[in-house]
Ligand binder design. Structure first.
Ligand code: PLP
Length: 287
C-alpha cells in the first residue's frame, strides 16, 4: 500500500511529499520533532509527548502551528490513511520557509509541519527484545541543550553509525566526568550490582524521555527501588542488567557494552518484566 504523509495541510503520497529547499529545518536544523509509539492504532504516552513538544517549541520560540486537538486529529488521520495499527508516528515542526538567514525570519512566517508514520512488526521486535542488544560507548560531543528535542542530530547520527559498524544497536554517550548521559535515541538504565535500578537524572544534559518518565511510574507501582543517579560504563558492565528506553525501543534489554557481557549475557528478568509492564500500560492508556 502506498504510504501517505502530511505536509503543511495536505495529505500526499510519500513519494511526492517534499518541503521547500529554504525550509529552516532543512537549511539550519531549526526544527523540533516528536515520535509516538502506536499501539492498536492509538498514540502511546500521548500527553507526555504533547507536553514535551510544547516545551521544545517554547524554548526555541517557534509558534505553535495548531491546537493539540487539531494535531491529534491530523496524527490519527495519518495513521488511518496508512492503515497503521502497530507502529511509530513522526512529527516535525520547523520554523518555516524563509530566505536563508541565521536570525529568526519575519514573525508572520508560518511553521512547517510534516508527519509520517510507519508500521512496526511487533512479533519481530519482541523476538529481538527477548535476545537483547549490544551498545557501545562514545564521547559526549553534543550541544548543551539536549533537553530540547531538535532535529540537530548529527552527533547522534555519527554515534549510531559507529555502533552499527561495531555490530551494536545503540551508542551511549559518556560525558567528560566519565558518566553515561543517554543513548543516541534512547535513555540508559542499569540494575546495579546491588540490584538497584538507576538512570541519569534530568539535571544532566539529556532528553527527558517520555518512556523514561512513564517507566519511573511503572517502577514505583511495581514496588521496585529506582535512583536517578549517574553511572559509569564500568558500573554498567558490572551491573546485573542494563537496558534502554524510548518510543522506538520501548524497554529493550542490553546484553553487551563495548563487547563486555552484562550479567549473564542474557536479557535480564527486570528489564523483561518492565518491558511487558510498560507495554501493558502504554496499550491501556493510548488515545
Ligand atoms: N534520548 C534521546 C537522545 C532520544 O532521541 C530519545 C528518543 O528519540 C530518547 C532519549 C527517548 O525519548 P522518548 O522515550 O521520549 O522516546
Amino acid at each position: 500500500m502506498p504510504r501517505t504523509a502530511y505536509v503543511n495541510g495536505r495529505y500526499v503520497p510519500l513519494a511526492q511529499a517534499a518541503v521547500h529547499i529554504e525550509d529552516r529545518g532543512y537549511q539550519l536544523a531549526d526544527a523540533v520533532y516528536e515520535v509516538w509509539a502506536v499501539f492498536g492504532g492509538r498514540l502511546a504516552d500521548a500527553e507526555g509527548h504533547f507536553a514535551r513538544l510544547q516545551r521544545s517549541l517554547g524554548e526555541l520560540r517557534i509558534p505553535t502551528p495548531m491546537s493539540r486537538q487539531a494535531l491529534t486529529t491530523v496524527l490519527k488521520e495519518v495513521l488511518r490513511r496508512n492503515r497503521i495499527n502497530e507502529g511509530l508516528i513522526y512529527l516535525q515542526i520547523s520554523r518555516g520557509v524563509a530566505p536563508r538567514d541565521h536570525a529568526f525570519p519575519a514573525e508572520a512566517t508560518a511553521p512547517a509541519v510534516v508527519i509520517t508514520a510507519k508500521p512496526v512488526d511487533r512479533a519481530a521486535t519482541e523476538a529481538k527484545a527477548a535476545l537483547g542488544v549490544s551498545v557501545i560507548t562514545q564521547p559526549e560531543n553534543r550541544w548543551g541543550r539536549c533537553d530540547i528535542k531538535t532535529v540537530g542530530l548529527l552527533p547522534n547520527v555519527l554515534a549510531r553509525q559507529a555502533a552499527r559498524e561495531q555490530g551494536a544497536a545503540e551508542a551511549w554517550f559518556v560525558d567528560p566526568d566519565g558518566l553515561v548521559t543517554e543513548g543516541a535515541s534512547s535513555n540508559a538504565w542499569i540494575v546495579d550490582r546491588n540490584g538497584v535500578l538507576r538512570t541519569r537524572d534530568t539535571r544532566a544534559n539529556i532528553l527527558r524521555g517520555v518512556t523514561r518518565l512513564t517507566l519511573l511510574d511503572v517502577i514505583a507501582q511495581a514496588g521496585l527501588t529506582v535512583e536517578e543517579r549517574a553511572f559509569t560504563p564500568q558500573e554498567a558492565k558490572e551491573a546485573q542488567e542494563a537496558f534502554i528506553t524510548g518510543a522506538g525501543s520501548l524497554v529493550l534489554p542490553v546484553t553487551r557494552i563495548d563487547g563486555a557481557l552484562v550479567g549473564t549475557g542474557e536479557a535480564g528478568p527486570v528489564a523483561k518484566r518492565l518491558r511487558s509492564l510498560y507495554i501493558e500500560r502504554a496499550r491501556a492508556t493510548a488515545i
